[in-house]
Design a protein. Sequence first.
Length: 214
Amino acid sequence: MKLEEAVIRACSEPTLVDALSWIAVWDSERAVRQAIEHSRTGVSTAHHGGGWDTCFKHCFELVFERWQHVVPNAWVEVASAVIIRDGRILLTQRRPDKDFPLTWECPGGKIESGESVRDALQRELTEEIGVTLEEITDRIWKGEFRNMVQRGERAHVCVSFWPVTLTVASRPAPLEGQGLGWFSAAELRHLRLAPANSAALDELLRHLPAEPSP
């Protein structure tokens, strides 16, 4: 693996510490291979890439410099819809092939560039569960989560929760193969929730009655 390839690979790690640790391991293995080659042939290969210290220093500088550009752009804004009907909250279950598989969460998703929260929620709710948003009220919770997933472009996520009401004709359905259900406060406490929903649990419970409507 060439130096530039190693830097790109290192920058795919979730944190700067992980990236530099990966580079340290890679360069250690490179140095061992050079030592074995030198022992076998009697010819030093150091002049092809420099000694271990020189190469690691160069890699360190490249990764650190690149990381400064990666991290500020890695924040993803996510809006989640708090949909409550008859004392129960609507949650969807993430598919097995997604991050945090089979956990439950309020439906929603990424706010694309130029979108308002309402526009993003309407798009996501239409795509995910086939419903139409009627009204959205003030945000009830917001949290920032660093290094949530093993992908640099989505490493850091800011999640906000917005109470919404649906049109009377809306009938939520799992259009993307996900699970879907309506849960009482008691049931919500015992679900395996996605990280942001788990962090916002107390606030979600405050918007649910102790017992749902019969």
